[in-house]
Write a protein that binds this ligand. Structure first.
Ligand code: UDP
Length: 383
């Protein structure tokens, strides 16, 4: 049986490697960076001892029983509920927009029903089918809430007008008419005691898996393997022959201080007059540890150049047209499956990535059992 190659040791690649190794395959994993876990990478800051989310905040949440059971095989998950605050127009508000936020912003004492009626009056009812981020916001919360919390933040985060962005980005955030300020609506939530890189190292720790790191996997190497799972950028696999897909990247201004800098893990800065989008204070992601010192990241977003680390796929109309061409090329490529955020050019949370990786490994086992070809994608990237 020929070996399997996996390009990338993020969650997608690691989970597939482990699943295939447990089914008796020999797997080579190639990672270009000097660490595993992709953008979920965590490491202890040498100067302070704080466990840092090196590529920005990652809070694990899921409602998927299989994913939750799977991930807890590799580390203990510590209780954590993401409660984000917003600096906006001279005040500090509760996020996601909830009854506290509405009462704070309008100086009222609304009950849930009163707040619902009030926001319904603010909302632009003339928009029946919101086609953009801006229309989605105006349709559901109206101009004042939109301009206070979403407009400036989104312009900084995406570098373009909310009227040009898809409504799907805003659909990530709930609006609640009660005092629930949990950022996520998932059934389970937590942060691994030893961090995400520890988890990925443990996932890869199997006699059937060999990790090559740092090592680049290229197209020519594919012929030595029975199948390739590729979690790098789909356009890079084809040498950017059709052009580059657009991403946002992040820069972090790192501060180290004594004590408690902001009293919360994440504070968003919604005003455009402030250059950063949010500030993360990493020790608050591990409240079970006692740290005197603090590491603070001020997060700045910008367009991702060829040498930068891609974070968020932009997926505007022109990107989608380009993606269509790469998807067609990928479907013509034998024995390669494109996986994960970069391989499928989608804005994916960790739990979705892990769920899809488990499903891809199942799909591979089925294809081998039935002696059928493994598809280029287990999920259509164009949907
Ligand atoms: N968003 C916003 N104001 C906020 C938080 C989020 O306008 O205070 C918008 C923004 O466009 C962002 C999107 O909602 O990109 C999704 O937010 P989320 O917090 O899920 O972003 P992530 O943590 O993935 O960067």
């Amino acid at each position: 049986m020929k070996k399997i190659a996996i390009a990338g040791a993020g969650f997608s690649g690691a989970v597939i490697a482990r699943e295939l190794a447990e089914r008796g395959h020999r797997v080579d994993v190639f990672e270009t960076r000097p660490h595993v876990a992709g953008n979920c990478h965590t490491e202890r800051d040498r100067q302070t001892g704080v466990l840092v989310h090196v590529y920005g905040p990652h809070i694990f949440h899921t409602s998927d029983e299989r994913v939750w059971a799977y991930i807890r095989r590799f580390d203990e998950f510590m209780p954590f509920v993401n409660r984000v605050k917003a600096h906006a127009r001279g005040g500090v508000y509760s996020l996601p927009v909830n009854l506290m936020t509405i009462n704070q912003l309008f100086g009222r004492q609304f009950s849930p029903q009163e707040a619902r009626d009030f926001v319904t009056k603010l909302a632009d009812q003339s928009i029946t089918e919101p086609r953009s981020f801006e229309e989605q916001a105006l349709r559901f919360v109206g101009r004042e809430i939109y301009e206070t919390f979403f407009r400036g933040y989104t312009r900084k985060q995406w570098g373009m007008e909310p009227a040009e962005l898809p409504a799907s980005i805003l659909k990530r955030l709930p609006v609640r008419f009660n005092y629930d300020d949990n950022y996520y609506a998932s059934k389970y939530q937590g942060i691994p005691r030893h961090g995400y890189s520890y988890i990925v190292e443990r996932i890869l720790d199997h006699p059937g898996v060999t990790l090559h790191m740092p090592a680049r996997f290229n197209r020519e190497m594919a012929r030595d393997y029975g199948h390739v799972f590729y979690s790098g950028p789909i356009d890079a696999w084809f040498g950017h022959a059709e052009g580059r897909l657009g991403y946002r990247t992040l820069d972090f201004e790192v501060l180290r201080e004594k004590g408690d800098y902001q009293g919360n893990p994440v504070i968003n800065y919604c005003d455009e007059s402030v250059p950063w989008t949010r500030i993360a204070e990493h020790k608050h992601f591990a409240p079970w540890e006692e740290q005197e010192q603090s590491v603070i990241y001020r997060e700045h977003s910008r367009f991702c150049g060829p040498e930068d680390t891609p974070y968020y796929p932009i997926r505007l109309v022109n990107d989608k047209a380009l993606l269509e061409r790469y998807v067609a090329k990928a479907k013509a490529e034998p024995n390669v499956t494109f996986i994960g955020r970069l391989g499928t050019y989608r804005y994916l949370d960790m739990h979705i990535t892990i769920g899809e990786a488990l499903a891809s490994a199942d799909r591979f086992a089925l294809a081998r059992e039935k002696d059928e070809p493994m598809p280029a994608f287990c999920i259509d990237p164009l949907t």
